[in-house]
Every structure is written in structure tokens, then in C-alpha cells.
Design a protein around this ligand. Structure first.
Ligand code: ZN
Length: 391
């Protein structure tokens, strides 16, 4: 059950800064269906109050249509030759632009299948999903493949993943935009493309078309808010453009591949191995090994690397002296111990300070041993020059 407070959140960005934008009284309960004679006596007008989000600018009706709406709507465009021609032109352009001939395309909310037919005529292998049994039955008689229901984020459907999707004149009806867009995304391959068409709120707003505010349309998109709705849920918007004489807004999107964190994981393993190898090699050559730098980056590096064989951690910050590194549990010493100990190799873990550290090593401690620098990977920047550290 949705609480009253939840209803008054922006359906797009989730914030509560909704402001009453516009009110129409005594409007039709439905605009997409006419009444039967048995319904006339009980029919009453409804009030429509639009809200605008003070944060993202999205305009919406707070109450989404009940499920009964989807069972019984009329797909008027299917009966217009002009609209059919426009649909075929749009579907063909979409298929050609993205090379979708022979590829699998999912239409979400495919109605009676008229647009699925256009996609098939353009060469795509089209499949639909549609909540209305009546609309679905028409699509099935046309020999089309259509699944029943809607597409929430947790549903998987046969034939997924798809190469592309289309959803036209659907998103404006949806009560849970995040679930809907994520549901579509879940059926797509990485790199998939999509076409999303909605009524154009800019046309409505700029031309004062109050009659375009209807109870079935709970979401009113501008190019900016349509882009936001798609980008917030992982799609990249390639373009938005007006369609159908400016009455509609059409976005073309693509689904970028998921970010690859493999390089970071490999980097940790490689750095750890390189530090271990440097420490082991240096120990074989004789003398002690120190790490210079107990700052933020240094502590992470020390935690990830195998530090058996490291004798000292050095840092010139007096506040750190005598304290222990987390995870690796090495005590932090002042670099002056270089005057007393036989340190023959140093790993510098603070690349930003490396020039300063090397200067101090050379001028103050006359350090002649090996130096390696952690900077992405591990780089040996000085090999052992002579017998060691003696001031
Ligand atoms: Zn918002």
C-alpha cells in the first residue's frame, strides 16, 4: 500500500518539493475510452491537479491509473492510415540507423501489434509485451509474438537479452518510472539501443493545450525530464527530437557496457606481487628494507601488499611516529633511523612527494641503496650504488 506521503514524491527524482501547478475540475475519468449505456448513470467528472517538482522540474499527476485502465483502452492510431504510414517510417528509420535487420527487438506496451508489424516489415525480429488481453488477442491473430503483462524491474522474459527495444506512448502512463526503465534495461544486451516516444509536454505548455492534460497521462515529459528519466537508470540518451507534428517527443538511447573493475582488481594483485618481489630481491642483496610514507595512499598500499620482510615504515610527520599502520601493523619511525640502521632498499608510497623524498634521501641521509616508487605499478627508480647509508 502506498502512503499519502509517498504519493507526493516526485516520480522522477524522488524529492518531496512538489508544488501545485495546474488544476482542472470536472474532467472525464478516462479519455481513452467511451462509456457503455450501463455506465452513464454512475459516471462523474474528476478533478485533475498537476504538480511540478521544485528540484528536477518534472510535471506529474500524483495518482497512477488503476490496472483496469490497461484492460480496456482503444488503440486509435491503428485505424489511421496516416498514423500507420508515420509508424512504418519511424520503425524503418530506427532499424536502418542501428543495423537492426535480423536482430531481436522488444516492444514494451505493444498494444494490438501495429508497430510490431512495422518493425518486422523493416527487417527486425520483433517481440512484444502487453498488459491488455483484448489488445494482445488482436496482435496474436496477426501472427505476432506477444507476452502478457507489464515489465517491472524483477521480471525476465523469454528471448532476453534483446538487441533493441521500443516503447511508444507508454512511459506517460507509468506509476513507477524507475521500475519500468530498469525492467526494460534488464532485458537488453550491453550496447543495446532503444526508441522511447512520449507526448511532448513542451507543446502542451507553450500552446496552452489544457485538453492534453488527461487522467491516463500521469507523467508529462520535456526533453530535459525525458533524458533524466532514462539517464538516471543507466541509459545514454543519443538524441531527443519532436515527432508526430511536434505532439510527441522521441528519444534514442543506448545501453553502455557495465563499468569494468577488473583492471582495479588486477592492479591490486600485480602491485602486491611487485612489492613482495622488490622486498625479497632487496633482502637477498643484504640489508634492511623500509617503506617511506604512512599517509592515506601509503596505508592502503601497505594493507594490500605482502610485507613480510619490510623492516621499517618511515614518515617525517611527528604525529605519526610510534604509531602502527592498520592491517599491516608496522610501527612508524622517523627517517633519522636511516643514520643508524643498515637500510639498503626503500619503497616510496607517496608519488606526489617523491621528488622531495628523494632529495631528502640523497642530501640528508646520503642514501645509496635501491629505491622503488609506487605510482600505478611499482617502478625501480634507483639501483644500489654502493655500500649504503652512512651520513
Ligand atoms: Zn523531481
Amino acid at each position: 500500500m502506498t502512503s499519502k506521503k509517498d504519493l507526493m514524491r516526485c516520480r522522477l527524482c524522488g524529492c518531496e518539493a512538489l508544488e501545485r501547478a495546474f488544476h482542472l475540475g470536472n474532467m472525464p475519468r478516462w479519455n481513452h475510452r467511451l462509456l457503455g449505456s450501463h455506465e452513464v448513470a454512475s459516471d462523474r467528472g474528476v478533478d485533475l491537479t498537476m504538480f511540478a517538482c521544485g528540484q528536477c522540474g518534472f510535471v506529474m499527476l500524483p495518482t497512477a491509473p488503476a490496472d483496469e485502465y490497461y484492460e480496456d483502452y482503444v488503440n486509435a492510431p491503428s485505424f489511421s492510415p496516416q498514423m500507420r504510414a508515420a509508424q512504418l517510417e519511424q520503425a524503418t528509420a530506427f532499424v536502418r540507423r542501428f543495423g537492426l535487420e535480423g536482430k531481436r527487438v522488444l516492444e514494451v506496451g505493444c498494444g494490438d501489434g501495429s508497430y510490431l508489424e512495422c518493425l518486422a516489415l523493416a527487417g527486425a525480429v520483433a517481440r512484444g509485451i502487453e498488459p491488455s488481453a483484448a489488445q494482445r488477442a488482436i496482435a496474436l491473430t496477426r501472427g505476432l509474438t506477444v507476452d502478457a503483462g507489464v515489465l517491472p524491474a524483477d521480471r525476465g522474459i523469454a528471448d532476453a537479452p534483446f538487441d533493441a527495444f521500443v516503447t511508444r506512448q507508454v512511459l506517460e502512463h507509468v506509476g513507477d518510472i524507475a521500475s519500468f526503465v530498469l525492467g526494460v534495461r534488464r532485458q537488453m544486451k550491453a550496447g543495446a539501443v532503444g526508441l522511447v516516444e512520449v507526448p511532448n509536454f513542451d507543446k502542451l505548455r507553450l500552446e496552452g493545450r489544457y485538453f492534453d492534460f488527461i487522467p491516463e497521462h500521469v507523467n508529462y515529459f520535456t526533453p530535459t525530464t525525458l533524458r533524466l528519466a532514462l539517464e538516471l537508470h543507466g541509459f545514454e540518451v543519443l538524441e531527443t527530437a519532436p515527432a508526430i507534428e511536434g505532439e510527441a517527443l522521441c528519444a534514442l538511447v543506448s545501453l553502455p557496457p557495465a563499468p569494468d573493475f577488473g583492471a582495479a582488481e588486477r592492479g591490486v594483485a600485480e602491485l602486491s606481487a611487485a612489492v613482495s618481489a622488490f622486498v625479497a630481491d632487496s633482502k637477498r642483496l643484504g640489508g634492511e628494507v623500509a617503506v617511506w610514507g604512512a599517509g592515506g595512499k601509503g596505508l592502503s598500499i601497505l594493507a594490500c601488499a605482502d610485507l613480510r620482510g619490510v623492516d621499517h615504515v618511515l614518515d617525517s610527520d611527528p604525529h605519526k611516529l610510534g604509531r602502527f599502520t592498520p592491517v599491516s601493523h608496522l610501527v612508524v619511525s622517523h627517517p633519522d633511523i636511516l643514520r643508524e640502521r643498515d637500510v639498503q632498499a626503500i619503497v616510496i608510497t607517496a608519488p606526489a612527494y617523491q621528488r622531495e623524498i628523494r632529495q631528502v634521501l640523497e642530501e640528508r641521509y646520503h642514501f645509496r641503496g635501491r629505491i622503488a616508487l609506487v605510482d600505478g605499478g611499482l617502478r625501480v627508480i634507483q639501483e644500489r650504488m654502493s655500500a649504503g647509508v652512512r651520513a
